[in-house]
Each structure stands twice: as structure tokens, then as C-alpha cells.
Design a protein around this ligand. Structure first.
Ligand code: SF4
Length: 719
């Protein structure tokens, strides 16, 4: 396999990848959501409830793995199978080769098996003169093209029909029009039929290994799997032992969630249960560890073993839509590939791909086994930083970021240098680079928010709210303080208008999220400790920066889990910190119409992805805009999908951030709204810069900033 940098460049250069994957992701989302909703109605239970049950089943298996392994082996052997456990890919490959040699097989027909990809079985068999013939349509086409799968379920999803027609025309020596898919499929079927009939070994993977009966469960849509199992006299199963599931009843739950999550079908076309070999035939079940025991022993990653390989995490992954699976993963693509690659292959193999993750959290919302993928990916990123090293420039940058004084001096200097280019919230620099040609950098004001807040007039109370008289601390956030001061000033004003007594401590600085996100947890801890100290001693801590709320409520727990003293203080902060949007929509909500200036210019709203995926916020912004401001809100297609800011990904993989940004801005175009409102400061800077660089006229405004503008007009007070 090519190094990551080559795969990344190739993927960006292939217009077919992006051209095909984005429509696929959108279509999948619609069908999957409809099917999950239908399942919820059918079962009278929520998706979250059902997936929690499946996660619990899998957790039970890993808590007593040897027992389930033994039970499965005993029952399968009692049914006539041979069960073999091996530790390494080499042992697995040699075992399969031995079976083939003994049978005198020179052709093996293969149903879809990602584990066989993992161990590079085809290469091994080919080196011994044994032809391994893929029989899954997509896999076979990729084999002809000399490629590997780019998706767990739809291996050739990165290819367009024109490419397939061209490939078949070349290989089969007759013309295939790209629009005649039926003809292409029929021809492939005819080609493969012969192989099934002549092969003496058939190989499959396993979707589940049912312990109570020693049964192999196989699901597929093409019927090739069962032909690989049922026609050749020898059936070899290659599977990871994590596919164990206690009972048929549990397997039914997996089936219900698997097909809907994988392809948006209520059930796959074929579901086969194979218990032992046919009379006169052989069945070998090869259970391959290859790092799985290590995963089971690491409490941070055990749950990832529960993966049922549905591919849903790739189907909602914005970077995946830009670069596809080949750049994104080693063998297992999408979010799960970033998590399990270090165990099945090496941390070095994951060093490049993990940098693609934008931490939007979408994968965790659709995973049918409730795997905390975003946390695990950040854990992998931390390992990469610790064991393989972070670049000196990043280490230096985070050390500098930790110093409030240094940041203040640097911001002042940058404000002076970029002053002549400052206009409409951006710094329109004359020399675009790889990092700025698609996103104009933000304007850097000379005076930060914290200084302006000290010298501004207060606002009158506009209504009776439940925060009346409460001491509320505003955490400005480093970006907002230096780059979006009007949002920070507006946040303070809005809370005053809701009757709160607002405090803005001078000692506050950066919460540490940029360092945490990049894997530099030492710097992150230092900044987190300073932040916790600065924010103690008040009832509520409110911030316009949703990403910092996520850091304080979710990430600090992990940063301090080995430090009980700080863990306790972090927990106390987590209980008090609130997102400004949530606060203004809830306890600090102003009366309906309080910010109605009569301006009815329509707006559209982008919800910061983590607000939705991690904090569980929904239409709070829309509701305040409609009811408190009286402004029409136009629905934004793909509202909760990440805008591509993605912290460190913007720096390490700017083309990915740019691709996701363009997807978002194209959705904004569809609304024809002249203003887009969003909450997280990072998104504002990113989207504003992207809109400017692409020549769009839409104004990107931070939520508090927008409300603050109306507050000024309503009260006549201009800070
Ligand atoms: S991690 Fe979850 S969403 Fe991703 S493939 Fe596995 S089961 Fe599906």
C-alpha cells in the first residue's frame, strides 16, 4: 500500500472520488434515517435504546471472552467444524494455504471478508500459485483494477459507472455502455459462475459467530457468499473472534441494526446461518487475533471491538466524502479504521490518516454499537503525538498559546501588520498560500474584547428571566477575545439584558482545546488547570464558544482521569459551564419580541456540529431568532454537518477542510439567505473566510453578535 501522503494526493486528484461520494452520503443519510425511524416504530423503542442493548451484549462477550470462545469452539466442533485460533496474519495465511494444498486447490472463491484483506490473504495465496477469486461484485471489480476496498460495505463506492464500464470493456474484451448496469452485472455473474463450480475451496468472512450453537452468520445482498459456502467441498471462514455473540436472539438484534445502518435496508437480501459443514464437506473456522487481545485489554478501546462493520461511520464522515477510503484508512476505512489500525497494523500506519478527523462527532451518533469513536480517535492522536512525536512548530505553538501575555503581544503585532488589509471581518492579504487561498484569514482587531468590555456602558434589563440577579461568569475564549470581540461584548450585554450580574475575570485565557485536539495533552493540561482556576467561585459559567463547552464538559474528564484532585475540580466546572445558545434559549431567554427591530431580512442557521452531536443542542438558535428577534429563518440543508473548521485538520489537511467548507457554502447558497448565523467562533472565522475567498456575498455572523446588534438598536446603547 502507498504511503498516506501519496494516497491523500491521489484521492484529491481523482474527481470521481468526491463526485461520487457526496451524493452517496446524502442518499444513504435519507434512506438510513427513514429505516431507523421505521425500526423505532416497529420495536416501540428508540435507536439509542436498541444500540445500547447491542453494545451491552458485545460488552458482555468481551468481559468473559475466553468463555464465549470456548463455548463457540465446542459447539462448532460438535457440529463437525474445525476451529483454529491463530495469533498473527502469517499463521492465518499459512493455515489457509495448507488447507488449499491438502485439497489440491488452485482456485479459491471468496465471499466478502475484510479480515482476509487485513491479513493480505490474496497476496499470500497468489505467491503460492493459488488464485483467490473475489466474488462480491465490488471486490471482484477492484481485484481486476488492482485496488483494495475503500469502504467496509461498498468496496468500490469510489468508482463511477463510466470507470466500471471501461474496466469491463478492457478485461472482457467487449463494449459495455456505462448506462447499462444490468448488462454489466449479468456479465460479471456469468464470469463468476464458472469459478464457483470449479473451485474446491470457498472462503467467507462472518458477520457473527453465535456461541450457543457454533453458528456462522453471514449477510449479503448478492448471494455470492452462500455460493462460496455451499458449492465448493471445503468452506473456510476467516474471522476475528470479536464477532462472537452469545445467542440467536442477540444475533437478531444485530441483524436489525446492521442492514439499516449499512445500506438503509430493513434486511439484507440473504441472511445465512451455517452450523457445521454439509455432509461429506469440510468447514474450517479460523479465528485470527492480530491485535484484538491487545484491544480487549485496553479499556479505552475494548468497545471498538464491538464494531459490526456496517460502515455508517464512514457514511457520515465529512472528510471521507472529500478523500474517500483509500486515503482515509489502511484496510478498515472511516472512523473505525482510525481506531483499530494501530492494533491490526501499526501506529505509524495511522499517523497520517488520523489527522483527517475533524472531530465533528457525527460517527458516534450513528454507530449502532455506541462506540465512542471521536474519543478513541483523539486518544489515537494523543498516542501518535506521544510516541511518534509532534512537530516542533506545533509544540512551540502550544507552549506560546499557553502564555496569555505572549498571545496578547503576538495578536497586537499581527493586528498592526495586517491592519492595511483589514476589511469586513477578514484580512485580505495580497499573497494567498495553500492555507489562505480558499479561506481568507480573519481580521485581527487592535483592541481585544476584554479591554473593550471594561470600558463599555451596561445594558438595561429587558425582561424577567430565571437568571435575574445571578452572578454569571463569561468565558470569552481566546479566539473570540482576539478575533471576534463584538461577539464577546454582545454575550456580556445579552446576559445583562437578561438580568444577570456579569463578571469577566482578567485571568481567563485558552481552555487548552487546540493542544488537546492535536494530541499535546501536556500543554492542554496546563491550560485546562489555569482555566479551571480562573472560572471558580460563581454560579454559572457561560461562553459563546461551544467548542470550549465540549472541552470543559467532556475532554477535561479524560485529561485529569489520573489526577483525582483536578478531576474533581474539572467535574465541578463541567456542572456549571453552559453554552450561550443554550442559556439564551433556556434560563436567560428574553421575552418574545424583545429584540424585534422590525428588520425581517431572512437568515439561515448553521449549527456547530459538536453542539448537536456532542452537547445534544437542536433548534435553540432558530427558536430564539424566530421568537425573540422576529426574524424569518430559512432551513439550511445538512444543518448539523460539520463546516470543516475542524481545529488541527485545517492546518494538517487544508484541502479536506476546504472541501467540507465548499459543501457547506453550497448548502447556504441553496437557501438564498443573505445572512448565515452560527454559534462557534471557529466556524464563524472559517465560514467568513471561505465566503470571502469564494466571492460570495453572504454575511457570516456569530449568534451573539447578531443578537447584540439588535440589542444595540433596541436600547440605543452602542458599546
Ligand atoms: S464503528 Fe460503528 S458505525 Fe463504524 S463500522 Fe463499526 S459498527 Fe458501524
Amino acid at each position: 500500500m502507498d504511503p498516506f501522503e501519496v494516497r491523500y494526493r491521489d484521492a484529491l486528484a481523482d474527481a470521481n472520488v468526491r463526485g461520487g461520494l457526496l451524493p452517496f452520503q446524502r442518499a444513504w443519510r435519507d434512506t438510513r434515517d427513514a429505516q431507523i425511524a421505521a425500526l423505532e416504530r416497529l420495536m416501540g423503542r428508540s435507536f439509542d435504546d436498541l444500540r445500547a442493548e447491542l453494545a451491552e451484549v458485545k460488552a458482555r462477550v468481551f468481559a468473559d471472552w475466553p468463555h464465549f470462545l470456548d463455548t463457540f469452539s465446542e459447539r462448532a466442533e460438535a457440529a463437525g467444524s474445525t476451529v483454529v485460533r491463530v495469533a498473527t496474519p502469517q499463521e492465518a495465511n499459512e493455515y489457509v494455504a495448507g488447507v488449499c494444498r491438502e485439497a489440491g486447490a488452485d482456485v479459491v472463491v471468496k465471499g466478502k471478508s475484510m479480515v482476509s484483506e487485513e491479513i493480505r490473504l490474496n497476496d499470500h495465496l497468489e505467491s503460492l500459485g493459488i488464485a483467490a477469486v473475489e466474488t462480491d461484485l465490488g471486490e471482484w471489480l477492484l481485484q481486476l483494477a488492482g485496488e483494495h476496498p475503500s469502504h467496509l460495505v461498498m468496496p468500490a463506492i469510489h468508482k463511477r459507472r463510466e470507470q466500471i464500464a471501461e474496466l469491463l470493456t478492457r478485461v472482457l474484451g467487449r463494449e459495455f455502455p456505462p448506462d447499462d448496469i444490468t448488462r454489466m452485472v449479468r456479465s460479471v455473474r456469468t464470469e463468476l459462475r464458472d469459478r464457483f463450480l470449479t473451485a474446491s475451496v470457498g472462503l467467507s468472512g462472518a458477520n457473527a459467530l453465535i456461541a450457543e450453537s457454533g453458528t456462522v452468520m453471514l449477510v449479503c445482498n448478492e448471494g455470492n457468499n452462500r455460493m462460496s459456502v455451499a458449492i465448493p467441498p471445503i468452506h473456510v471462514v476467516t474471522a476475528g473472534p470479536e464477532k462472537l455473540i452469545p445467542t440467536f436472539h442477540d444475533a437478531m438484534l444485530q441483524i436489525r441494526l446492521l442492514a439499516r445502518s449499512a445500506t438503509g435496508q430493513p434486511i439484507t437480501t440473504y441472511t445465512n446461518f451455517v452450523t457445521g459443514p454439509r455432509p461429506g464437506a469440510e468447514q474450517h473456522i479460523l479465528l485470527i487475533d492480530n491485535g484484538r487481545s491487545q484491544m480487549a485489554a485496553d479499556p479505552d478501546f475494548t468497545s471498538a471491538l464491538g464494531c459490526i462493520r456496517c460502515g455508517a461511520c464512514a457514511n457520515v464522515c465529512p472528510p471521507y466524502a472529500v478523500v474517500g477510503g483509500h486515503a482515509f484508512g489502511h484496510v478498515y476505512t472511516g472512523a473505525i479504521g482510525l481506531v483499530n489500525t494501530p492494533f491490526h497494523h501499526s501506529l505509524e500506519d495511522d499517523a497520517g490518516p488520523q489527522s483527517l478527523c475533524v472531530s465533528c462527532g457525527a460517527c458516534a451518533t450513528v454507530c449502532p454499537v455506541e462506540i465512542p469513536l471521536p474519543e478513541q480517535i483523539l486518544q489515537v492522536r494523543h498516542k501518535v503525538a506521544e510516541e511518534l512525536g509532534l512537530s516542533w512548530s506545533r509544540r512551540l505553538a502550544f507552549q506560546a498559546l499557553a502564555s496569555r501575555r505572549l498571545v496578547a503581544s503576538a495578536a497586537r503585532a499581527a493586528a498592526v501588520v495586517t491592519g492595511p488589509f483589514r476589511r469586513d471581518g477578514v484580512s485580505d492579504l495580497p499573497v494567498p498560500t495553500r492555507h489562505t487561498s480558499w479561506r481568507t484569514p480573519p481580521a485581527i482587531p487592535l483592541v481585544p474584547a476584554r479591554t473593550r468590555i471594561r470600558h463599555r456602558p451596561s445594558y438595561p434589563v429587558l425582561g424577567d428571566t430565571t437568571v435575574s440577579g445571578k452572578r454569571v461568569l463569561v468565558f470569552l475564549q481566546c479566539l473570540t477575545d482576539r478575533l471576534l470581540p463584538s461577539a464577546a461584548i454582545a454575550a456580556v450585554g445579552l446576559l445583562e439584558a437578561a438580568g444577570a450580574e456579569v463578571v469577566v475575570p482578567e485571568s481567563q485565557h485558552c481552555c487548552g482545546l487546540p493542544a488537546y485536539d492535536s494530541g499535546d495533552w501536556r500543554s492542554a493540561r496546563r491550560m485546562a488547570r489555569a482555566t479551571i482556576e480562573a472560572l471558580e467561585g460563581v454560579d454559572d459559567v457561560v461562553t459563546p464558544a461551544s467548542s470550549c463547552v465540549v472541552a470543559m464538559t467532556h475532554e477535561y474528564r479524560r485529561l485529569f482521569r489520573d489526577d483525582p484532585g483536578w478531576a474533581k475540580r474539572a467535574q465541578q466546572l463541567a456542572e456549571r459551564v453552559k453554552d450561550l445558545v443554550d442559556y439564551l434559549a433556556g434560563p436567560a431567554r428574553l421575552p418574545n419580541g424583545a429584540l424585534d427591530t422590525g428588520d425581517r431580512t431572512p437568515v439561515t442557521v448553521h449549527r456547530f456540529c459538536q453542539s448537536q452531536n456532542t452537547l445534544g443542542l437542536r433548534d435553540e438558535m432558530e427558536s430564539v431568532l424566530r421568537d425573540v428577534c422576529g426574524v424569518p429563518v430559512r432551513p439550511l440543508p445538512e444543518n448539523g454537518v460539520c463546516c470543516g473548521f475542524g481545529g488541527s485538520t485545517s492546518i494538517s489537511a487544508p484541502e479536506v477542510a476546504a472541501g467540507i467548507l465548499e459543501r457547506k457554502l453550497a448548502c447556504v447558497d441553496q437557501t438564498e439567505a443573505p445572512i448565515m448565523i452560527t454559534n462557534n467562533p471557529g466556524c464563524v472565522i472559517h465560514l467568513r473566510g471561505g465566503a470571502h475567498a469564494s466571492g460570495r456575498s453572504v454575511r457570516i455572523v456569530q449568534f451573539a453578535e447578531y443578537l447584540g446588534g439588535r440589542l444595540e438598536r433596541v436600547t440605543g446603547i452602542h458599546p
